[in-house]
Design a protein around this ligand. Structure first.
Ligand SMILES: *Cc1c(COP(=O)(O)O)cnc(C)c1O
Length: 395
């Protein structure tokens, strides 16, 4: 007897969702490391190409291991369909470019991952697609921007690195009234802490590189949405432009997902502990963590998220010198621009990930020279606070 995957509870979907056993009856998902597939007959090949026969053709279009990952991610998200890509940026790029054409208009929150910002501000206008940024937290700016027709809205919530939130329900209503679909970059929330589709979003994108792998091993991306949009809009773009995810990386991501709930819960608990510790340090002028009472949008965080996530951002009163001194004294915490790893990683956004956007835009986003973004991993939180204590004492 096979169980209806839709009847499974969320934790079980992470383990069993999408698994298809081969005739060998393997327990763990099989790795189909193959670029092509063979046909029993010329007629079967013909039928595969004209769509009357269901058969894998070529791993740029689809692959059994990759397909298991897509089915599992769709089940976790509660989405009708999913396509995975080689990186998170390939997912964002495919979601946007497959939907848009010359003459269209995009509205996005200003606080976007650097490369997402570049696509919207620099790439899209080259193809005759106009774009406009708004302060994501300011509904009046969304209302003004969406009082004119638009085709796509892109938001990231919580945002990198300042953990600013966008009211997804309110923005989705405004976007739909303007004729736009809403694409949400849900990386910081993970599929477990926020369900954008339930809040009115049309498409959700992930960098699987972050918590979905969660162990700093591979790059990957995912786009999730309605079956009709995925089949008719996204899939032709992905199939013909080729951002395919390697089956090996898909297999690692499948294995990563099995522990996603445990890892996100543990790292989020660690992040809460670290945020509370930092907030009490005199050298720290400010701490941002979505569900803390001192976050300006914590009521919204409580309403649309079921947890604050694994990233804590804080500002040292002593500016860049203090930030660099502290980071250079870290023992356990590593300096890295990645996040969502089992190892805790710290970034100085002003001089690395957000260096290119310029001082003026950084000031607008609140990314001062004293700001450090800390991606909390799976270490014992007491070891992290010990490391932060000694680093801040020296700073
Ligand atoms: C990392 C990241 C991306 C890009 O993903 P890659 O896998 O690095 O291509 C996009 N958005 C957010 C919020 C991210 O953190």
């Amino acid at each position: 007897m096979t169980t209806d995957p839709n009847s499974l509870r969320p934790a079980t979907r992470l383990i069993h969702g999408g698994t298809v056993r081969s005739n060998f009856g393997e327990t763990s998902e099989a790795l189909f490391l193959t670029s092509g597939f063979v046909y029993d007959s010329a007629e079967q090949a013909e039928g595969t190409f004209n769509g009357s026969v269901e058969h894998y053709q070529y791993s740029r279009f689809g692959n059994p291991t990759v397909g298991m990952l897509e089915a599992r991610l769709a089940l976790i998200e509660g989405a009708e369909a999913c396509r995975v890509t080689a990186t998170g940026m390939a997912a964002v790029h495919a979601a946007l470019l497959s939907h848009l054409k010359a003459g269209d208009r995009v509205v996005a929150s200003r606080a976007l991952f650097g490369s997402c910002h570049w696509i919207v501000s620099t790439l899209l206008p080259r193809y005759g697609i106009t774009s406009e940024f708004v302060d994501g937290a300011d509904l009046a700016q969304w209302r003004a921007a969406l009082s004119r027709p638009a085709q796509l809205v892109l938001v990231e919530t919580p945002s990198n690195p300042m953990l600013e939130l966008v009211d997804l329900r309110a923005v989705a209503d405004l976007a739909h009234a303007a004729g736009a679909i809403v694409v949400v970059d849900n990386v910081f929330a993970t599929p477990l802490l926020q369900q954008p589709l339930e809040l009115g979003a049309d498409v959700v994108v992930y960098s699987c590189t972050k918590h979905i792998d969660g162990q700093g091993r591979v790059l990957g991306g995912a786009v999730l949405g309605r079956k009709k949009w995925v089949d008719e809009t996204l899939q032709p773009f992905v199939r013909n432009t080729g951002p395919a995810l390697s089956p090996f990386n898909a297999w690692l991501l499948l294995k990563g997902i099995e522990t996603l709930a445990l890892r996100v819960a543990a790292a989020s608990r660690g992040a809460e502990t670290v945020a509370a510790f930092l907030a009490a340090r005199p050298a720290v002028s400010r701490v941002w963590y979505p569900t803390r009472a001192d976050h300006p949008q914590h009521a919204l965080a409580k309403a649309q998220m079921s947890g604050g996530g694994t990233v804590v951002t804080f500002e040292l009163a002593g500016g860049k010198d203090a930030a660099f001194r502290a980071m250079n004294r870290f023992g356990l915490i590593a300096i890295s621009n990645n996040l969502g790893d089992s190892k805790s990683l710290a970034t100085h956004p002003a001089t690395t990930t957000h260096m290119r956007i310029g001082a003026e835009e950084r000031a607008r986003l609140g990314i001062t020279d004293g700001v450090i973004r800390l991606s909390v991993g799976l270490e014992d939180a007491a070891d992290l606070t010990d490391d932060l204590a000694q680093a801040l004492a020296g700073a």
